[in-house]
Design a protein around this ligand. Sequence first.
Ligand code: SF4
Length: 768
Amino acid sequence: MVAVRALCDFAARSGDLDLRFTPAPSGAEGVAGHGEVTARRGAGYQREVPLVRQHAGLHIQGRADGWDPDARRLEEIKTHRGDPALIAPNRQALHRAQAMVYGWMLCEQLGLEGLEIAIVYFNIDTGSETPQVQWHTAADLRAHVQALCARYTAWAQQEAAQRQAREAALRALAFPFPDFRAGQRELAEAVYRTHANGRLLMAQAPTGIGKTAATLFAALKALPLRGTDKLFYLTARTTGRQLALDALARLGGFHPAAGRRWTLPLRVLERVAREKACEHPDKACHGESCPLARGFYDRLPAARSEAAQAGWLDREALRRVALAHQVCPYYLGQEMLRWTDVAVGDYNHVFDLGAHWPALADENGWTTALLVDEAHNLIDRARSMYSATLAPAPFQQLRAQAPAALKKPLDRVHRAWNALAHERQARGQAELTVLEAPPAEFAAALQALGSAIGDHLAQHPEATADDALSRWHFDALHWQRVAELFDSHTLCDLSAAPPAPRGTARTRLDQPVLSLRNLVPGPLLQARWCGLHGATLFSATLAPMDHLAELLALPADTLRCEVPSPFDPAQLAVRIAPHISTRWSDRLTSLTPMADLMAAQYEGEAGNYLAFFSSFDYLQQALDRLQQRHPQIPVWAQSRGMGEPEREAFIARFTEQGRGIGFAVLGGAFGEGIDLPGRRLIGAFIATLGLPQVNPVNEQLRARLQARFGHGYEHAYLYPGLQKVVQAAGRVIRTAQDHGTVWLLDDRFNRPEVRRLLPPWWRPQNSA
Ligand code: SF4
């Protein structure tokens, strides 16, 4: 079975890739536009006509937008913004190719000798229609379909054979290690059962048991049970993606270094961000600018074929194939998502506003299963995906440099922004001025500006995605999309803008930053959980699971699994320092006892330690005090905005024979996702409960969560804080052979509500 759109996407595209910023309507606007056009038609007009035909062994199906039997006219409606003449010719050709397939189906179904096909370009801003009408005979349409099917059939047969081989291989797939580690089998069985039943699972399992291999193995074994098309493996960071690829390579017995080839009939694709895959960052994604976009669709079939044969498409492998065929690696990867079995990517590939993977799955009717690694991160990541901020400085910069054609709409936004400045003034210039909803005049002005910029960019193909106008346009569009979704899950507020950079035009009024901050991502994620063929959200720190379930709006029947730690409590000494308080008001007095305690621990057992603090300022104070009082102890510290080489240098100091204390910020780059087994790390000092700062935004969050779930403080402060503490402490014991010490430096770690959130296998003791 193949959808008309998929058939044409495969077989009827030609020419350049063209992804310049055209002012495209949103999905909802497209649906509304279709409704508006068809509502204008006469009484006998048929809408959304379902069509199904067989040809050359293919079962082709689709839905024609409109059919007027009296005029014998079939309509394919395409909504757009701006000048229809700016729609790329190869895009227009694709639209006609699709409509001609519908036309053929209709001719076959009704026994017609021919019909008129109109591609109706409908401008959603002006309501005007630009029809492109052509008469086609049934014979012409049949020849068109024959040509498309001839290109598609061999591919479809190859894909069917690959699928059969995949299912057989997955049924026979063996766990790639001689045995399961303690707890690993339990996790794998829970994932397998859950995915076999198409349910969702929250799984907490300690670090070091091999969660990645267990979840991947089980989810893959479950794919054939429900005929699931694809497995998406999502991670919060690059290191997690590499771990997943390593586990998949191992499952496939794939060792490139040992000269072993990928032989498992399972296609694996790594997706990376466009910036990382782009070969020409100074160019724009269209044929007039980038050589890898020029003629992209003409060379795509050969590249696609080679990529499909390769099967293993991590970033490097995909790049090799793409460059061999002179096509863009990023967009070849996008195409290969259609033909892959396992895609490994970032959370945003599935959860972002307008995420590409679920949209493609919907469009193509794929069934998918999901693995979400380090799922405790999803709450904050989702919040940021559904939040948007517009600051005045980049806008004023744009206004100063923008072309004359944009002056009027820019001035309208400027005036609306000034009105917000007045409102903020009238309400006392508070640190945070909460608005009931996104300001209507500002939103309308922004929309008008967006249309004008879209038209301008379409007429200036030399603009790159990175130039100031395009970037600002992208941010403004995102803000508009978030504003459209506004509800009680999101906060709309005004706050003081940071001082404008030098050289930026200043305004008479202090224009505020206008933010839409998502506080509860669940309502916006709900649709993502529907219809999955199994999903597992796993992490070493999901406790308490109600926190995750409520904030992500997981279905009520989501299963839960807590794998006990395989580690012996004797491996980890957990000490609480009840004489230390790291509360803001006690910080200065905490420094000396903290430094002496760290020194005593270090002198008692020299080796590598990590010390975690709530902020860089506190970190620096503690570091200074330790160096003053105990200068013999080697120290090194995380700094603000550390780049990749500096981060690597920080980690490189943790050697087997190393000695010293690495100072880091809790919740930062070294608080999770780093693996320092054995003597590389023998202890950690945690000088904070990790509680987020009390500020107006977090207080709004607390109040909203209190109103919604009844335990605002816990959701807003306590749970996220303690998750970070447990993650950081989890760096110490990585294997059954490790031994170490964790110091919890704050009297509040003795509170029952805090102790309840520590891992059950810990045996915390107060220091004397
Ligand atoms: S190489 Fe870069 S600029 Fe060229 S099409 Fe790909 S992503 Fe766009």
